[in-house]
Design a protein around this ligand. Structure first.
Ligand SMILES: Cc1ncc(COP(=O)(O)O)c(C=O)c1O
Length: 395
């Protein structure tokens, strides 16, 4: 075998990689496993998307290569959705890039901007594709620890000038996975100002824009003045419409930036299965009839999770967005050890904070991907382990 490229050798283990196998082994041994790991809910996609998909697979035209263009109706539906939801206008043909899930777009974009010496600012804990994309493109990650001290926001004033001068991409994701933090508007205005001054591309990952509670309405970065000059925003059908496996998302940016991503992709994929895009149109058009009810289900789960984990002895804030609870561990309890033991001894899958980068140490994440009753059962089991590891919580 030839040696690996240096960039490959820098890739860490992907956090979710080992869990499915481990989970299978436990289930085969008869363990009642409760999975609160991946952000992958057990809920159904919109009926309109299912119905459209079942017809679309019988339409031969949709089985051909989509190429970068894909289904024009999908581009138009995305453009209309951005207009209705955020009041921002984007040209369907030149400013929208259909994606096979937002993850591939986020990762591939780095290939256009990164090279040795170029920096990507990576919030940690954070979604692993920011780091993965940067490393695979031979860029240099600058890891910024998201901690309660800054309300889990990246404070650009704390980043050394020498790093900012070499920075090509700043990755931001609010509502945030895994901390569930949100970004105030004046914070986003400051970020856009710095990116304009420093000529930094702002990659704004808005995968959770629709999963918000208690009256909070997450913005698009493009609601901020000047953002069009510097930002590209990523969206996904995965969380909003319970369509994780369908691999359907989009990026939106001014033509020069959108075209850059589209060019990279033209050498990587030959477009998406257009039946998925046809179903995506149906999903996007079903926002009003589907999303509020779906969010209500997540809110019920959130409330159950907060109540149950607090009762089990844990500390957590009440998140006003995302499908996650970011739960503090007592000092001295390492998150990876806690998560490993919770799975091995109690049959509960959670994500160790350190799986999202060292900045996530001291916390773990649960996802609202099962029923309130199962979440409560998981919390009780986690509380038992906490009692053993830290001498607190439910006995
Ligand atoms: C913050 C964030 N961005 C992007 C994604 C990718 O979503 P998808 O590739 O399914 O569109 C996820 C999925 O977990 C995520 O949490």
């Amino acid at each position: 075998m030839p040696p690996f490229a240096a960039r490959f050798a820098t890739l860490p283990e992907y956090p979710l990689a080992k869990i499915p196998q481990k989970k299978r082994e436990l289930i085969e041994r008869g363990v009642d496993v409760i999975d609160l790991g991946a952000g992958d809910a057990d809920l159904a996609p919109p009926p309109a998307a299912l119905e459209r998909m079942s017809r679309a697979i019988h339409e031969p035209a949709l089985s051909r290569y989509g190429f970068g263009m894909g289904l024009v109706a999908y581009r138009e539906a995305v453009s209309a959705w951005m207009q209705t939801r955020f009041g921002v206008q984007f040209n369907p043909m030149t400013e929208i890039v259909p994606l096979l899930g937002s993850k591939e777009g986020i990762s591939h974009l780095a290939l256009a901007y990164m090279e040795p010496g170029a920096v990507g600012i990576i919030p940690e804990p954070g979604y692993n594709s920011y780091q993965g994309g940067t490393l695979l493109a031979s860029g240099e990650p600058y890891r910024y620890a998201l901690r309660p001290r800054t309300d889990f926001l990246v404070d650009l004033d704390e980043i050394p000038d020498d790093v900012l001068r070499r920075t090509r991409i700043l990755y931001l994701n609010y509502p945030n996975n895994p901390t569930a933090a949100i970004a105030p508007r004046d914070y986003l205005e400051r970020v856009v100002r710095v990116c304009r001054e420093r000529d930094i591309l702002l990659v704004y990952d808005n995968a959770y824009s629709e999963l918000a509670f208690d009256g909070y309405v997450p913005p698009s970065i493009f609601e901020i003045d000047g953002a069009r000059d510097v930002a590209i925003e990523f969206h996904s059908l995965s969380k909003t419409y319970n369509m994780t496996g369908w691999r359907c998302g989009w990026a939106v940016a001014r033509p020069e930036i959108a075209g850059t991503l589209a060019k990279v992709k033209s050498f990587v994929d030959t477009g998406q299965f257009m039946a998925v895009q046809a179903a995506g149109v149906a999903a996007l058009e079903s926002w009003a009839s589907f999303v509020p009810g779906n969010v209500a289900v997540f809110k019920e789960r959130r409330d159950a999770a907060v109540t149950a984990f607090r009762a089990a002895g844990f500390e957590c804030d009440v998140p006003c967005a995302t499908m996650y609870l970011w739960i503090k561990l007592p000092d001295g309890v390492l998150s990876a050890e806690f998560a490993d033991r919770l799975l091995d001894e109690q049959g509960v899958v959670v994500m160790a904070g350190s799986a999202f980068g060292q900045g996530g140490e001291g916390f773990f994440r649960i996802s609202f991907i099962t029923t309130p009753a199962r979440i409560a059962e998981a919390a009780a089991r986690a509380g038992r382990l906490l009692g053993e590891m830290a001498g607190v919580g439910a006995a």
